[in-house]
Design a protein around this ligand. Sequence first.
Ligand code: AP5
Length: 229
Amino acid sequence: MALHAHDEVVLLLGAPGAGKGTQARVLAGLLGIPHVASGDLLREHRQRGSDLGRAAQVIMDRGDLVPDDLVVEMILERLSRPDAERGALLDGFPRTLAQAEALDSRLAERGGRVRAAVYVDVPTDVLIERLAGRWMCRSCQASFHQRFNPPARARVCDGCGGELYQRPDDRPEVVANRVNVYLRDTLPLVERYQSRGILRRVDGNRPIETVRTSLREALGLTEVAGMPA
Ligand code: AP5
């Protein structure tokens, strides 16, 4: 998919565990724009012990949403960096109507827009199994699954060699709250982008490579002789 204007962004929407992070790393590379994941940025703040990280910690660990003003400020700062001049693939943001409106205003100021929103659709019972078996890299935040996407060496990231750990918010009782919060606050955004005619739906309940192929098709990313178009 060719991005034309300054600041065009592509959204990856989906429930916790839908596979957004797994797919976004590859898709962003194909699109030639950075992968900006609000959850990854918040976890980086926590590791650094910043004011934002400390404020977010308890909220994240119980599976609730960090207040809109804090998350919006964090994302707009990230989008203002030079590597995001052409746009970004946003994963996990926006998650509320207020966040979606803040994003639209900021893009409009700079002649940009949300170019496409892709919704990765996965049934709730599958989400719980995925998150219970997830292992995440402490360094680069790549995710693996003990059964569906195992690392070559136990507890070691294939990409950067970092240590793999299980997220505190992947405990079953927290996952249940995250899914409920998602259904209440974030799922309505799917309708917002549907009514604008920019929503593409992809069945995320298939093997990782199959979902990836559908996402590429949804974004018009075709492959020629092994190279992205
Ligand atoms: P965040 O980190 O964004 O978590 P999330 O949206 O809940 O998403 P996940 O990272 O859990 O899932 P994913 O879809 O990326 O799945 P993955 O690819 O890893 O947010 C964490 C917290 O931060 C929130 O709860 C909130 O507190 C806060 N926050 C973040 N953004 C915010 C915002 N905008 N506003 C307010 N608060 C915010 O895959 C999951 C597992 O499944 C992995 O093990 C993977 O290997 C496996 N898998 C992936 N695809 C497949 C497949 N097709 N088949 C089988 N297994 C698969």
